[in-house]
Design a protein around this ligand. Structure first.
Ligand code: NAD
Length: 438
């Protein structure tokens, strides 16, 4: 068991810290965000992630998990330092590495013995080498250290399960000592036959970007096919189902909709294009994936406009705001862009989300927040479903219809069956399928 410091207690850092404490390690989580740490010190998880609260509570009570803003305290008392800080998109579209560099300097300044520095943050190929350089330049000691790339693949909403049952563990390192420490840390997962990819650091860094870019490609691909299905009168859900049954293709990430959002795919695809530019290579497929995705959310607004003639002065219920179900993450969420565009075009926008509504309200000047779906659809000219929360699946649609001013639904996630919606008396428009216009 190790003394571990996790720098950055966001989705990735906190899940990693809590799960590694659950394996029996002593984990110190540090963050520069004082409010986040103050909340965690009283065992309050500052974001929504199913199951995380219990694990945090349990490990704090057992004395294996603690929190602080003092990074020196975390680094000095640990032999393994995970870097899980944000790598947001910079104004030029590349990964902003300033938080990673900040942690590297702190490690250098507080190097008091051999340490393994593990980059969990998603970073472009070459970043581990940069971190190594910064630590060496900042440190006044000659203690040896290793820098390891260990990209994270967890998904918000199922982060605990993903951490405990990953499809693979990727470890990029350059010494046996570093590989051994990482194998020991992940022993509980390796004992369950989780495949481990041991490679060099740049390859490990590329694996993460290539994986995310490929998943984003599947989404943009099926969205283009959906748009074509609409134009020729075919049904994209059947097309995707049949495609997915071919095990060379697989069924996942073939759901047509409003496009991908969130804190990873949009920034990671753009960062990969920038990495390629710097390396003198034109990454054409990923560029097209980004362009298709950026258009898709706008096409959803055009769909609403076609349904209503004009959105000016019309009341529109936007249902589901988080970029996907089971998270309150609103970063680059299609619903936020769509609501903003509708507001700019003069619509009255009412919003509802089971967990992200209050946060969204701060981002959407002029939109109102509803307590539930029924409140949101009351008097609405159209209801637009943007995130497929489970509670939408067994909604009392008769009640929805009674409350609306006119029973029209734009379903950006193909939650409902068109024939049933027609029977219920809705004008129903979805993605890549023929509309039901009554
Ligand atoms: P986040 O924004 O939720 O959390 C990052 C945290 O780092 C913040 O709390 C911030 O205050 C803290 N921080 C910044 N600088 C710091 C410093 N110098 N010292 C200590 N703390 C500092 O980010 P996240 O979603 O957890 O993502 C972290 C990284 O993991 C990113 O590179 C992201 O691309 C990657 N990733 C995210 C996911 C995901 O689903 N969210 C999945 C896989 C990989």
């Amino acid at each position: 068991m190790y003394n571990i410091c996790i720098t950055g207690t966001g989705y990735v850092g906190l899940v990693t810290g809590a799960c590694l404490a659950d394996f029996g390690n002593t984990v110190k989580c540090v963050d520069i965000d004082e409010a986040k740490i103050a909340a965690l010190k009283v065992c309050k998880v500052p974001f929504y992630e199913p199951g995380l609260q219990e694990i945090v509570q349990r490990n704090v009570e057992r004395g294996r998990l603690s929190f602080a803003t003092d990074i020196k305290w975390g680094i000095e008392s640990s032999t393994v330092v995970f870097v899980a800080v944000g790598t947001p998109m910079s104004a030029e579209g590349q990964a902003d590495l300033s938080y990673v560099e900040m942690v590297a300097r702190s490690v250098g300044e507080n190097l008091n013995g051999h340490k393994v520095v593990v980059l969990k943050s998603t970073v472009p190929a070459g970043t581990c080498n940069l971190v190594e350089r910064i630590i060496r330049e900042t440190s006044k000691s000659d203690h040896p250290f290793d820098v390891v790339s260990n990209p994270e693949f967890l998904r918000e909403g199922s982060a605990i399960e993903d951490f405990r049952k990953p499809a693979r563990i990727v470890i990029g390192a350059s010494t046996e000592r570093a590989f051994d420490v990482m194998a020991e840390i992940y022993k509980p997962l390796i004992l369950e036959d989780t495949p481990v990819i041991q490679t060099d650091v740049k390859t490990a860094e590329m694996i993460k970007y290539a994986s995310n870019a490929f998943l984003a490609t599947k989404i943009s691909f099926i969205n283009e096919i959906a748009n074509l299905c609409e134009a020729v009168g075919a049904d994209v859900t059947m097309v995707a189902r049949a495609m997915g049954l071919d095990d060379r293709i697989g069924p996942k990430f073939l759901r047509a909709g409003a496009g991908y959002g969130g804190s990873c795919f949009p920034k990671d695809t753009k960062a990969l294009v920038k990495t390629a530019e710097r390396a003198g290579y034109d990454l054409r497929i990923v560029k097209a994936v980004i362009a298709v995705n950026e258009t898709q959310r706008h096409l959803m607004v055009e769909k609403v406009e076609r349904v209503l003639g004009t959105v000016k002065g019309k009341t529109i219920a936007v249902l589901g705001l988080a970029f996907k179900p089971d998270t309150d993450d609103l970063r680059d969420a299609p619903a936020i862009d769509m609501a903003r565009e509708l507001l700019a075009k003069g619509a009255v926008v009412k919003t509802y989300d089971p967990v992200a509504a209050e946060q969204a309200h701060r981002m959407l000047k002029g939109a109102s927040v509803s307590a539930d779906v029924f409140d949101a659809v009351k008097g609405a000219d159209v209801a637009v479903f943007v995130t497929e929360w489970n509670e939408f699946r067994d909604l009392d649609l008769d009640k929805v219809k009674r409350l609306m001013k006119s029973p029209a639904i734009v379903d950006c996630r193909n939650i409902y069956e068109p024939s049933r919606m027609g029977e219920l008396g809705f004008r129903y428009y979805s993605v890549g399928r023929a509309p039901k216009e009554g």
